[in-house]
Design a protein around this ligand. Sequence first.
Ligand SMILES: Cc1cc2nc3c(=O)[nH]c(=O)nc-3n(C[C@H](O)[C@H](O)[C@H](O)COP(=O)(O)OP(=O)(O)OC[C@H]3O[C@@H](n4cnc5c(N)ncnc54)[C@H](O)[C@@H]3O)c2cc1C
Length: 283
Amino acid sequence: MPLTTENTTFTRDVYGRYTCNTFEEAVASTDRAGGGAPFDVIVIGGGSFGGVIAHRLFSLDQRTRQHRILVLEAGPLLLTEHIQNIPPMLADVMQEVRRVPWTAPANLGLQFPGLAECAAGRSLFWGGWSPQLTDSELGDWPQPVANDLKNVYFAEAKRQIGTDTTNEFIFGPLHEALKKNLWDNIGLVADRFEIADADQLEAPLAVASAASRGGIFPANKFSSMQLLMDATRKAFAESGGDDRRKRLMLVPNWPSRVCQSPTVWSAGSSQHGGLWLCRRADR
Ligand SMILES: Cc1cc2nc3c(=O)[nH]c(=O)nc-3n(C[C@H](O)[C@H](O)[C@H](O)COP(=O)(O)OP(=O)(O)OC[C@H]3O[C@@H](n4cnc5c(N)ncnc54)[C@H](O)[C@@H]3O)c2cc1C
């Protein structure tokens, strides 16, 4: 009996069921005897970069649709949007958000210690400030990687997160005056990452406040949840509801690790070639 949307005391878990799969569903979908296929890529951690990578791989395979991707995320589906995109009257949900997923000891007294253990990870809470690495910051990087970043991927990332247009939120005469003041006096700063002109002092914000096309609302502040939902829903649509044909699955609440043996992290382990994909036993 397939798992349908579940009721909690207060809500019906449409977002969870429509976005996520259970580990058991993921494993069942690989059963070759039943027409399934193994996963080609397993992304451990469906956070900021894990979500982006999974979506990227899924999109690259759009034409041949030959590969299956499994995203194993330690935490639950917590928010479907960046925290600043949810209605302002719910802003105090932050107290709850801070209480639940963060992993570092509370006695550190930091507001955002450790990881946000939830789907999309810290991208649900990040400020969005996204200045591009300068040439001097890329100085120690392998040259081919730096070239690829500068020639292709910085521009792609900017388009994806919304920083390819100018800063839409912090602008105006005061901003310009402060920027000029900073630029005029930047010579006083010893290590200034070779900032070459005043415009490089801008820190673009990852917010898309204009619609990408007619009839679509703007994405607002970027989080990888948008990409995870995009990929999981597209994967569902093209599978015709048959998990065995679903090219991407997101399994939450599944803290995992690749081990040499299943002894350290044990519950839910499964063997792949010489390695074990293990679930943390204490969870
Ligand atoms: C409040 C705040 C503001 C910030 N503002 C900015 C900013 O303005 N500009 C900027 O550039 N950066 C900012 N950052 C930093 C930025 O958010 C992080 O650098 C970035 O999100 C890290 O991405 P990540 O994918 O490495 O980690 P995460 O987004 O933390 O993702 C890691 C994921 O892996 C999961 N995970 C961990 N272990 C396991 C396991 N064993 N099995 C399965 N899953 C696992 C976690 O649950 C999590 O979902 C900010 C961060 C915070 C908290």
